[in-house]
Design a protein around this ligand. Structure first.
Ligand SMILES: [Zn+2]
Length: 359
């Protein structure tokens, strides 16, 4: 409603909005029983305000729905942020983007992906990116793995209902096929889930470290019927780290070796300036050289946190959250001897990286 001080009286006897110039009143039709009486009408300002409120409300509802569905989709909150914007632009990422962008066609034709390749090449990350892109389109997705499924189902009386529930998601992502237990019981569940999905006619994405050859040539009958179904539903897509590892890694390895050979001099930041090793992806190399445990090729800028740097676990968790929110993958070291030189070197690299981002 427009306040009276924001209106003026027009020559025709109607009040007009001073801002948009439209009348805020209108006469009833002359032949109506109300005669020359007036009624309120919405001027452009009011309409605009209402539209933007409605838009904001819709946006809020959309965000709430997406957040809710993300919680259902993923088992770990860090996966909520896996998105294409943060991914290195490879051929596979391009295909994954296309998949998400053309979801209606993919869905109609029941097309899925089999993302296969060595450990640590970002297969789960790519699947997570697809999941998030679709979740943002308000599509229901579930990303899980057979170890979780088998554990979840173990105590259930009604195993069928659990399997049916998995079949109801518009997209199901089964991460890390082949790492589940090899028992007859486990294989039975794997088959039931995949077969149910197959019969639902809905799309499936599978990630696995198993080579495609092994899937195609499997002789064990239990496994063969699982793999046959998957190969029928999913387009195989090789996710290799070879380009990344061989080309970029080789190129930078020399620089990093120089870096560590001279890091003792504690002029870490100067050395980085000289060698130009300013990108965070170098961190993976630096880690690899010294054989830090459990670190693999990274698809995403990574921040390394040493727990021993923090006096309280609250501070540690706060920092961890901060870097996760920025978009880093955070790797934490809770134990072991923090190597002083690597430690400082990495910190310096990150400082430079952040400086670059801020420039
Ligand atoms: Zn107005």
């Amino acid at each position: 409603m427009i306040k009276q001080e924001n209106t003026y009286l027009g020559a025709n006897g109607l009040a007009y909005c001073k801002i948009c110039g439209e009348p805020v009143e209108a006469f009833f039709p002359p032949d109506s029983i109300l005669g020359m009486k007036k009624h309120f009408r919405q001027c452009a300002c009011v309409r605009k305000k209402r539209e933007s409120e409605e838009k904001a409300q819709k946006e809020r509802e959309h965000c709430e729905l997406v957040e809710r569905n993300k919680k259902i989709c993923f088992e770990e909150p860090r996966m909520y942020d896996w998105n294409f914007e943060l991914a290195e632009n490879t051929t596979v990422i391009e295909k994954a983007k296309e998949y998400a962008a053309n979801w209606n066609d993919m869905k109609k034709n029941h097309i899925g992906f089999l993302l296969w390749g060595p450990i640590g090449t970002g297969k789960s990350y790519i699947a997570g990116c697809i999941a998030n892109a679709l979740l943002n389109q308000e599509i229901t997705v579930k990303m899980t793995n057979f170890n979780t499924i088998i554990d979840d189902m173990f105590p259930l009386e009604d195993k069928k209902e659990y399997i049916n529930a998995l079949a109801r998601y518009e997209l199901l992502i089964l991460d890390d096929l082949g790492t589940e237990r090899n028992s007859e019981y486990a294989l039975g569940i794997v088959f039931s889930v995949i077969d149910r999905r197959y019969r639902s006619g809905r799309s499936l994405i599978v990630t696995t470290n198993l080579p495609i050859k092994q899937l195609k040539e499997e002789t064990n009958i239990e496994k063969k019927r699982i793999y046959d179904r998957i190969l029928e539903m999913c387009v195989p897509l090789y996710v290799g780290g070879s380009r990344y590892r061989s080309n970029i890694a080789h190129e930078k390895m020399g620089k990093m070796k120089t870096f560590f050979a001279t890091a003792e001099s504690s002029q870490t930041e100067n050395i980085i300036e000289q060698t130009g090793t300013k990108t965070i992806c170098c961190l993976y190399l630096s880690i690899d050289i010294r054989n830090r445990k459990g670190v693999i090729a990274l698809q995403k800028p990574t921040y390394y946190l040493w727990r021993t740097d923090y006096t309280s676990s609250e501070d540690f968790e706060a920092d961890k959250e901060k870097y996760t929110k920025i978009g880093f993958r955070v790797v934490t070291f809770a134990d072991g001897q923090p190597d002083k030189n690597i430690h400082n070197g990495i910190k310096a690299l990150i400082r430079n990286h952040i400086k670059e981002i801020n420039q």
